[in-house]
Structure formats: C-alpha cells, structure tokens
Write a protein that binds this ligand. Structure first.
Ligand SMILES: [Fe+2]
Length: 296
C-alpha cells in the first residue's frame, strides 16, 4: 500500500460558472483539506478553471492562512498598514471603521489587473474570504487572458513573443491617473515601502506552468510601457491588447455571499472590483496571496 502522501488526491467535484473560466467546487469543506495537509485537488481545479468558488465556508483567520500556505509561499502586501494585527499574513479590504480607524483598505482592486505584476515574482494565487459582503454590488469580475491570447491571429501572436513589459508600482500609484481616480490612495509611501517595489520587466506572453497555456500578461495599471518601443507605439499596442482582452463575452462575474472563498490563478486571468453603496453596506474581505515564479 502506498503511503498517504503519495496517494493521488481525489478530484474535487466542480460545476462550471461560465463557458470559459470559473468553476464552483461543490460539497467541500476546506477545513478537510487543511486537516489532510494536501491541497493538490484544489490546485488541479485551478489549473483547469483558473477561478474557483467555494461557498459557505467557516474558516478562522489562522485556517485561512493555513490554506494559502498549503498552496505555496505566502507573500506580504507592500501596504502593511492594512494587514490584520493578529494575523499579519492577511490583508484586509473593508469600509468598516472601528475606534475611528479603518480596519482595512477601503477601496482596492478597481481597474482590470493581475495581482502584483510589479513584483519580480508576481502573485500566482490570490485567495479572498468574504467575512461580510454587501447584499448588492461589489461583484468581482474575471476574464481569461489565456483565452485572449488564444483568440489572436497566429501571425500577430508570434510578433508579441519576445516583447517585455515594464511594470512599475510607483508609476501605478503616482503616475497613473486612472488608478489614482479609482482606488484609495490616501497615504504617501514611506521610503522603505518604495524600496520594496523597484520597477521590473516581464514577458508580454507568459506560460502558466500548471497547465502549459500561454496568456497575455498585461498586468494592468502598473503596465508603464513596453521595452524597446517608442512611447506612442507602446501605448497603442497596450490599448489594443487591453481592448481585445476585455472585449468579449467571456467574463465571469462573481456575486458575493457571506463565507465565500474565491481563489484565482493570476497567470491566466485579469480581474476587477466593482463598487457598492458604502453608506448602506458593510464589506469585510480577507485576502492572502501566494507567490509565483519568475514569469517565462
Ligand atoms: Fe486584485
């Protein structure tokens, strides 16, 4: 008999959420995976569907961190003021104010992007847990960048190979007016925070090691330019590729319920937050993220 660690884990039962990406995992308590110390089945579901939704989960902060840790190396968001005090691996997104202090980032994730593309080893997986969710609004939208790449004409696709994008957190926060308009940029970065996010370059077309699929890796608001191209040429190409990626019917729109866990693979998707009535509803989301490889 094989030892337990070598036994292939049973596939999770899933139900597709759209024609292109996203699946709901049915009848699964994530605490069982945590207890078993094995999330292979979850990683397999992500390789197949890019976005997975697991409803009605009851997780403590430490269990939520434990789940992310099973998936790989945790990473820490540069905006350390929004980390949970007792569980600093968790970054909090919330409009709730306690004792005169916001408990999390009040407005984050607006504008289509992949998470932390401005890092040398950008986020592979992002995990969100809906502690409190508005009854309407605040949907999270997803689109497949793998599908976007595969829909390009072969010759044009080939011409993109070898191009590298310049990804810059400082450009995003300080030079990109769309980002400043859409997200809460209420504090200036400290020098030590600036030092943690030097500009990086990434291939415009990257491969997801979990399924071998190529995707357009645009990043989002941190995409400052394309190496070796004139500014106007770079901007025209970026605008064309962004429009192509978003101009399709293959968006999965996640409508949040309390206790939802939503996990996605940033190597094949882009996503954006949408707004809600902040005066009427409370929203409290936990987020952890798992570091990926150097994109190739
Ligand atoms: Fe995001």
């Amino acid at each position: 008999m094989q030892p337990a660690t070598q036994r292939p884990s049973k596939p999770l039962p899933t139900q597709p959420l759209s024609g292109v990406l996203g699946a709901e995992v049915i009848g699964t308590d994530l605490r069982d995976l945590i207890k078993q110390g094995d999330c292979t089945s979850l990683l397999d579901a992500l390789a197949a569907h890019s976005v997975v939704v697991i409803r009605d989960q009851t997780l403590t902060a430490s269990e939520f961190v434990e789940l992310a840790r099973l998936m790989g190396e945790l990473e820490w968001h540069v905006l350390d003021q929004y980390r949970m005090k007792d569980q600093p691996e968790i970054y909090v997104i919330s409009n709730i104010v306690e004792n005169g202090k916001p408990i999390g980032n009040p407005k984050d994730g607006f504008g289509w992007h992949t998470d932390q593309a401005y890092l040398a080893k950008p986020t592979a997986y992002t995990l969100l847990y809906g502690v409190e969710t508005p009854a309407e609004g605040a949907d999270t939208l997803f689109v497949s960048t793998q599908g976007a790449y595969e829909r390009l004409q072969a010759e044009f696709r080939q011409s993109l190979r070898g191009l590298r994008t310049i990804q810059s957190y400082l450009y995003m926060r300080e030079g990109n007016s769309a980002y400043r308009k859409n997200n809460a940029v209420t504090t200036e970065l400290r020098q030590d925070q600036r030092d943690r996010v030097p500009d990086v370059t990434h291939p415009l077309v990257r491969t997801n090691p979990t399924n071998g699929r190529a995707s357009l890796y645009l990043g989002g608001d941190s995409l400052a330019s394309i190496e070796g191209l004139e500014e106007t040429e770079a901007r025209a190409l970026i605008d064309k590729l962004v429009a192509h990626t978003l101009n399709n019917d293959f968006v999965y729109s996640h409508k949040w319920q309390p206790r939802d866990v939503v996990i996605w693979d940033n190597r094949g998707t882009m996503h954006t937050a949408t707004d809600y009535d902040r005066d009427r509803y409370r929203r409290h989301i936990w987020r952890t993220s798992v570091r990926g490889e150097v994109p190739y």
